[in-house]
Design a protein. Structure first.
Length: 141
């Protein structure tokens, strides 16, 4: 004879959750430099105090974390540091470059900078890169 299931007995086995076979990428640290035009220091700092939300969103969507830009007033050098935690850096950078607001941001900020890369035309142009990659020679976690 049928009897109702007791409230303490499960009516079906609980779902089995298997851990994802894909772990989060621990990240690749990247450093880059470019020169800031001396007459643009205040304007550059002001625009970076209010980075456009579309640009911030695209940075995050392209697997970039811990992004900082430092400025050395004695040399005019901007130093950018970030961690890339994705799996396709070239593809993510291409997606970044396809965003119209990001391209507009680059056009605005490139005018305030001087590339240190021979032959660089703009951030939007791609290769050679506008910001010069620099080698990490020490890191302490």
């Amino acid at each position: 004879m049928w009897q109702p299931t007791s409230p303490t007995e499960p009516t079906s086995p609980p779902p089995v959750f298997e851990p994802s076979s894909r772990q989060k990428n621990p990240g690749r640290r990247i450093g880059q430099i470019v020169k800031l035009r001396p007459e643009c220091v205040e304007e550059y700092k002001a625009c970076h105090a209010k980075v456009w939300p579309e640009v911030l969103k695209q940075i995050k969507e392209c697997s970039i974390e811990d992004y900082s830009i430092f400025y050395d007033d004695s040399t005019g050098i901007l130093f950018a540091s970030f961690k890339y935690v994705g799996y396709d850096y070239a593809g993510d950078m291409e997606r970044m470059a396809q965003n119209p607001k990001v391209r507009e941001w680059w056009q605005m900020t490139d005018k305030m900078q001087e590339s240190l890369v021979p032959g660089a035309v703009s951030s939007e142009a791609g290769e050679p890169s506008w910001w010069k990659p620099v080698e990490e020679v020490f890191y302490q976690r």
